[in-house]
Ligand binder design. Structure first.
Ligand code: SF4
Length: 57
């Protein structure tokens, strides 16, 4: 699996521009990562102010 964004997301938008795969976009409730595009480089994890992006095993 890939990285996922949890309900902790405060919709700041910081992660969206960090993703080199353009895998992050706004979903119904918060930002979401497209598992088809995510390459697990974790660039988004560094910028999230609330640690809402976690690796899904
Ligand atoms: Fe949500 Fe974190 Fe992304 Fe901001 S950086 S939109 S809080 S997942």
């Amino acid at each position: 699996m890939t990285h996922v964004i949890t309900d902790e997301c405060i919709v700041c938008g910081s992660c969206e521009t960090e993703c080199p795969e353009n895998a992050i976009s706004m979903g119904d409730e918060h930002y979401e990562i497209d598992p088809e595009k995510c390459k697990d480089n974790a660039a988004c994890v560094e910028v999230c102010p609330v640690d809402a992006i976690v690796k899904q095993e």
